[in-house]
Design a protein around this ligand. Structure first.
Ligand code: GRF
Length: 203
């Protein structure tokens, strides 16, 4: 299966996926990496790995709809089997999400449904959470609300700062995302109407 990864920042999740895709038995191939930001270091990582890159700069568009339409056209050109949002910091319109329903994944640095949105590590500490972590989910119309496929937990230590917590969560992200992407490429996870099939069983 062809994987297209969308990025906005440093691309450490992209790097984890690139490294995993180099394993002989990895069932998918990253065929393109796209970003809404021309300067995203993630694009450097893709270039280093000889993966085609493209930029659809959101500053060049007057509306969210126009940006999404341009991004959708670019994605359609690559015709991927799976779109992976990896540190992609754009809220996508309903039309966009619907166009790729069931074949778009996102990784969010919290144990959803807790702490949707931004600054999740700070908020977990503020809330006094004993546990925090990361969720990989199908992307649906609801922001950070799609059906969760897998999660990984970290313990929040009393002396944790948002930075130290982010570091612990990021380590888990780099382990979890390649596993879930592998499952999808093996055809083991499918999005139903409001459920997920894993190996044919409803999760
Ligand atoms: C990280 O905070 C991660 O939790 C979230 O996006 C941010 C950047 O990820 N998914 P990356 O290093 O650009 O992959």
């Amino acid at each position: 299966p062809k994987i297209l990864v969308l990025v906005s920042g440093s691309g450490t999740n992209l790097q984890a996926l690139i490294d995993a895709s180099r394993e002989r038995d990895f069932p998918g191939q990253i065929t393109a990496v796209g970003s809404n930001r021309p300067g995203a270091f993630a694009l450097e990582r893709a270039a280093q790995a000889n993966i085609e890159t493209f930029v659809v700069d959101h500053k060049n568009f007057d509306s969210r709809e126009e940006f999404d339409a341009a991004l959708m056209a670019e994605i359609r050109r690559h015709n991927p089997d799976l779109i992976v949002l990896a540190g992609f910091m754009r809220i996508l319109t309903t039309d966009f999400v619907r166009a790729f329903r069931g074949k778009m994944l996102n990784i969010h640095p919290s144990l959803l449904p807790r702490h949707t949105g931004l600054n999740t590590h700070h908020r977990a500490i503020e809330a006094g959470d004993d546990f925090h972590g990361v969720s990989v989910h199908f992307v649906t119309e609801e922001l950070d609300g799609g059906p969760v496929i897998a999660q990984a937990e970290v313990q929040v230590a009393p002396d944790d700062t948002p930075e130290s917590l982010a570091e612990k969560v990021l380590e888990k992200e780099h382990i979890l995302y390649p596993i879930v992407v592998r499952w999808f490429c093996e055809g083991r996870i499918q999005l139903g109407s409001d459920y997920i099939l894993f190996d044919g069983e409803i999760l």
